[in-house]
Ligand binder design. Structure first.
Ligand code: SAM
Length: 294
């Protein structure tokens, strides 16, 4: 990519100096200054000239610019008002970008998809996410079941590993189940701290999420399912039976819990981290049908 692009240390410094911009750590502002990383992100999104793109947190426009070049149109949510005049300047060459001054956690993303993109146009979510709210943002996007073709995000390496983990690994937990219930999750690349300005304390990864057409398991009630999954991981070193006993302490006896587990042939002395998605569904559905309040 040529030097004229925003995502270079020189151009970024120029822009920051011109506007006397000071980073807000509280908003997770670590801007990308490496064009190769951006090419890699773009390559994994599957975006083409017919596609729409939604960005979360455009910053000074490093990724937004590449989206404007490669997609048909872009809608980007930015919470920091100070960045609006900067973006107007840095992206002035592109007439296919709409900046929405909003907190993504409060935004009606579905309405934006309906209003900003053509019916049937594939829409991809792409972002270098503010790390302080990675999980709430992704959970919001997933639980709203948005009509999107893919979600490709730069996040902390450790969180990306949790989202793409397999049973019995250190990173496997309730977040893994939530993400893999809605999507097929893959870590496509690890990224060193040096490609950001300022450099964060942790390494990062690019995570690609492909929304599933239907969940991989049948659950009677999604909220109930996710509550029970969380309960099974409440204390990682405890057995399933003990975690469930603490969780249902006001409604079910230990004996009743053992009986339900026996009915579904799940050994109560196992730990939550050994259960796969199907076993969690079996377990949650059994407690749900028993009428136990989660
Ligand atoms: N996309 C730019 C890049 O890669 O250089 C900036 C990424 S920076 C890690 C995160 C961006 O998200 C910042 O611009 C920050 O102001 C913005 N941001 C933080 N919290 C936000 C929120 N709740 N809603 C929308 N944008 C947010």
């Amino acid at each position: 990519m040529a030097e004229k692009y925003i995502a270079t240390p020189t151009r970024t410094k120029e822009i920051l100096t011109k506007y006397q911009f000071s980073f807000k750590k509280s908003l997770g502002q670590n801007f990308l200054v490496d064009a190769n990383i951006l090419s890699n992100i773009l390559r994994h999104t599957g975006i083409d000239r017919q596609a729409g793109a939604i960005e979360i947190g455009p910053g000074i426009g490093a990724l937004t610019e590449q989206l404007a070049i490669h997609a048909e149109n872009v809608a980007a949510f930015e919470i920091d008002q100070r960045l609006l005049p900067i973006l107007e300047d840095t992206l002035s060459e592109y007439d296919n970008v709409q900046i929405i001054h909003q907190d993504i956690l409060k935004a009606d993303v579905r309405a934006v998809i309906e209003e900003s993109f053509r019916g049937g146009q594939p829409v991809h979510i792409v972002a270098n996410l503010p790390y302080y709210i990675t999980t709430p943002i992704l959970m919001k996007l997933l639980r709203e079941n948005l009509p999107v073709a893919s979600i490709t995000v730069m996040i902390q390496k450790e969180v990306a590993e949790r989202m793409a983990a397999r049973p019995n690994s250190k990173s496997y937990g309730s977040l893994t189940i939530a993400v893999q219930y809605y999507t097929e999750a893959k870590v496509v690349m690890n990224v060193p701290k040096q490609v950001f300005m300022p450099q964060p304390n942790v390494d990062s990864s690019i995570l690609q999420l492909q929304p599933r057409k239907a969940p991989p398991v049948h659950v009677e009630d999604e909220d109930y399912f996710f509550t029970l999954v969380q309960a099974c991981f409440a204390q990682r070193r405890k057995t399933l039976r003990n975690n469930l006993t603490s969780h249902f302490k006001d409604t079910l006896t230990k004996e009743a819990i053992t009986e339900i587990l026996e009915q579904i042939s799940i050994d109560g002395s196992r730990r939550g981290e050994s259960l796969d998605m199907e076993e969690f569904a079996l377990l949650a559905n059994a407690f749900y049908k028993n009428g136990a309040i989660a």
